[in-house]
Design a protein around this ligand. Sequence first.
Ligand code: UD1
Length: 416
Amino acid sequence: MDKLLLKSGPRLTGEIAISGAKNAALPILCAALLSPEPLRLTNVPRLNDIATMQRLLRDMGVAIAADGADVTLDGNDLSNPVASYERVKTMRAAILVLGPLLARCGEARVSLPGGCAIGARPVDQHIKGLQAMGAEITVEQGYIHAKASRLKGARICTDMVTVTGTENLMMAACLADGETIIENAAREPEVVDLANCLVSMGARISGAGTDVIRIHGVARLHGATHSVMPDRIETGTYLCAAAITGGDVRLRKTSAAYLDAVIDKLMDAGCDITIERDAIRLKAPPRLKAVSLRTAPYPAFPTDMQAQFMAINCVAEGVATIRETIFENRFMHVNELMRLGANIQIEGSNAIVRGVERLEGATVMATDLRASASLIIAGLVAEGETLIDRIYHLDRGYERIEEKLAQLGAEVRRVS
Ligand code: UD1
């Protein structure tokens, strides 16, 4: 199993390009299930989760041709509306095939998902929404069986804001009979990117990016070309990595437009940030100031950046309180950061981080995708060597992470 070895020292400087967004690409790949014509995508990140999703779609009969970041999917021969446990167990986002499969094939059999162990993460809202659209759904032996000769438009209000739930229902509604209204919809930029792709395939969607999305069902969707948006979480992760080292970096092929909450906190921490049309430059002070935060659905501070900010607070000046409101078990990085010498106290869904002067390298274990990123960030300044075990989590969500870090001057090496 691969590990990552980091040596502390260098300030991160220089430029890198940000990849396409994993969390936009995953639902957009599933949009190919909705049409018999080819969907051509550009800026698709090369990640394990993307490869898993492509394997899953191939199992169902989707023909896929990939050339680097360009991927063409052809759903003409879609024949097997089944997502097996073997495919789904490592990636919760596989649930995103449920809505489009049901809408296009009239049935679907999808294993209940696995993925990051960051909480219970049920899919009841996906099921409730599809039932409101007339689907008959049973859950047996770990599989969701859904049937509907044609889905019907419905008014759906989800109990909580759910990103993939909103995406699944929006995709299903594209081919439903009549109008669907999703209330309490997720406003995440990735939902908007998916909606833009669906609209270019002929869907009739309005309100994406607000908490009420309206979809007028159409009889069929056609082929289209779409470029996946930049990854705002990858962008935020490299900004934190540069910030903790007192660095000066420029991130290209990205946009500050979706990162207000993150950029505000980095500025509160003392960083100087310059925003260009498709780039962000960050210059950090020698020592950051502690910044408190509370995670919440977009446009508030993203839960996917919580662990990275925990890491920068570990060595910042002062005390920060970090409140996690989305997932109930998303502090697994805390014990690992404490192995590096961090001073963190957990009280329910709050973590109180008291900044220390220095961290010390140790062997630590990656527990989930963003937790792994927080260990890298801490490892960049932990004196001596930090060895991060179980980095397969990182390969699920960060494209060529050690290469990009090395390009910015980090001393990092993958070891088997
Ligand atoms: C997506 C992102 C993930 C991010 C998360 C929150 C993708 C592929 N993944 O995950 O990176 O951390 O949004 O921004 O886009 N919930 C239920 N029932 C449901 C659905 C959700 O109780 O049917 C709960 C979850 O347990 C969680 C909260 O709602 O507590 C939000 O989850 P959700 O937005 O659905 O997360 P994902 O879409 O899985």
